[in-house]
Design a protein around this ligand. Structure first.
Ligand code: CMP
Length: 139
């Protein structure tokens, strides 16, 4: 089984019309799309998804932002895709993310309480499988 990762185009990305651009970069890099679904995440799913951040000060605003509109949930597949997508995404802070990356090219600081950085990518193969089971229980 090839490695898989969960990518989310966050509501700020969908709102700005960048969902297709993120899909394009994943495909242009050579990864395979295993699932793509536009959906409005409910709070229960997001609390589970961000379980590792429970108790951090930005979790409330983060969940509010993530449920403010639809998300494009993507499962991408390929050798080392977890690391590979994180490299495509760039650093968490979009001001510091390198040009050439999704965040470096397309995101910025808007002075809001939660960092709006357009995309999520699983941080390890273990997180990826946990997150895929949560977002795509049938996969
Ligand atoms: P991501 O790395 O996809 O998952 C956790 C998210 O929490 C992160 O993107 C940001 O959107 C947000 N986040 C992480 N750290 C902070 C922080 N220090 N302040 C505000 N938001 C944060």
């Amino acid at each position: 089984l090839a490695q898989r990762t969960l990518v989310l185009v966050k509501p700020d990305g969908v709102r700005r019309g960048l969902a297709g651009e993120v899909l394009r970069r994943i495909e242009a890099k050579g990864y395979t799309l295993a699932a793509v679904e536009l959906r409005h995440a409910d709070e229960a799913l997001l609390v589970e998804h961000y379980a590792e951040h429970a108790g951090k000060p930005f979790v409330g605003p983060l969940i509010a932002m993530m449920s403010s509109g639809p998300v494009l949930a993507i499962v991408a597949e390929g050798q080392r895709v977890v690391e590979g997508f994180r490299s495509l995404a760039g650093a968490t802070d979009p001001t510091l993310a390198a040009p050439g990356t999704i965040r470096g090219d397309l995101a910025r600081d808007w002075g809001r309480p939660v960092i709006e950085n357009l995309v999520h990518g699983s941080d390890s193969p273990t997180s990826a499988e946990r997150e895929i089971a949560l977002w795509f229980p049938a996969l």
